[in-house]
Every structure is written in C-alpha cells, then in structure tokens.
Design a protein around this ligand. Structure first.
Ligand SMILES: [Zn+2]
Length: 142
C-alpha cells in the first residue's frame, strides 16, 4: 500500500472518546440511551430524538460502499494538495449508520457501489483515522 498522508482530526468534547478509541483500534459509535439508535458522527445530542443521554457501541468495522468519488484536484488549498489523489467514500456500516470516510489501498480504483469494505486505522500525528479498504473476501463478487 502506498503511504497515506492523513490530516489529524480536530478533537472536540463530543468526539474525544471516539478518537481515543480509534487510537486503540476500535471504531465506537454513539448510541442514544433513550431511543437506542446508533448514529455517526459523535455529537452532543441524538439526531433521531434529541436526547442527550448518550453511550457508546463498538462497531464491527465492516460495511458496504454507498457511494464514492476519486479526487485529483485540491479544493482546500496547499495542505490538501499533499493528499491527492484520494477517494472519499460513504460507507453503510453493518450496524446501520452511514459514515463519511476515505477508501485506501492500491486497488481503490476498482471499487464498486455495494462492495464490502472494512475499517483500517491510519496514523495521523498522535491519532489514528478510521479509513476503509476493500474487503479481501469479497473482491469481484459484487
Ligand atoms: Zn435518540
């Protein structure tokens, strides 16, 4: 795999636990303790019912590709020019929430909608970013 130049996340009070868990190689999703639904991204209230009684659920790290694009031109200035080319991806996690991330791997140009992907944690400064790669078990089967 070619090297990945990920940009470190901006931590907030609501995302601190999420990023700490990624550092440990675990993908944690916020769970509403009132309506029990999972969601992504971490925030201070449930997007479904507005409750602020929130907990966490460890996700499997598996999902399917909802959509993707390949980016070859920087829209965000010099810092992002170092990121090119990259592949933003919308992943429907096995647990339900849809997650914006990035597809990595030398074979990412062959990705198809509906294909299975799995999380991989990519170092960025002191943090690790949850990106995805094509699942090794399902190449060519979608
Ligand atoms: Zn809720």
């Amino acid at each position: 795999m070619t090297s990945i130049k990920a940009i470190a996340p901006t931590r907030t009070v609501d995302s601190e636990f999420f990023w700490d868990s990624c550092r440990d190689g675990r993908l944690m999703l916020p769970r509403c303790m009132d309506c029990q639904r999972l969601f992504y991204y971490p925030r201070n209230a449930c997007p479904h019912c507005g409750s602020q009684k929130l907990g966490w659920h460890e996700a499997s790290g598996k999902g399917t590709v909802h959509s993707f694009t390949h980016v070859h031109v920087s829209f965000y200035g010099p810092e992002w020019e170092q990121q090119l080319p990259y592949t933003p991806i919308l992943v429907d996690l096995a647990e339900g929430p849809r997650m914006l991330s990035r597809l990595v791997g030398d074979d990412r140009g062959e990705v198809r909608i509906g294909e299975h992907v799995e999380v991989v944690f990519v170092p960025a400064d002191k943090d690790r970013i949850p990106y995805f790669r094509r699942s090794q078990l399902t190449h060519g089967t979608v």
